[in-house]
Write a protein that binds this ligand. Sequence first.
Ligand code: ATP
Length: 136
Amino acid sequence: TEETLVLVKPDGVARGLTGAILARIEAKGYSLVDIRLVEPDRGTLERHYAEHEGKPFYEPLLEFMMSGPSVAIRLAGNRVIEGFRSLAGTTDPTTAAPGTIRGDLGRDWGLKVQQNLVHGSDSPESAARELAIWFA
Ligand code: ATP
């Protein structure tokens, strides 16, 4: 089995979609190993998003991620890294496939940063790194 870090981002929590998102994750058969409400400081987000430093959406992304609480989830299951990213859909909510979290529930607000409801680690290395940041 494998573990990944999932975040329900501030837009998901603010819109009251945490339960709907968790329902999809649980229905798929993945296991919640740990879950908590988080209000990350800038340093935590700089570590989490280090690969994006300098990109045009970097500052708006950090501001967005500090705009309200998120829910951090340690999720386990067979091929859960790939599986959750498939459940989430692609980055842009406008073009994310229907049936996915972002495709069904995500809205394009016309902002500099995609407020696309969730984050999921993209590789085993990222998952280990990110789980150490959010579940220290
Ligand atoms: P995916 O890997 O499926 O694209 P992700 O959440 O892992 O999703 P990253 O590429 O790691 O996406 O980017 C982190 C976050 O930064 C995105 O979820 C989104 O909120 C924002 N973002 C990424 N690329 C853009 C972009 N081109 N324009 C606006 N916001 C973006």
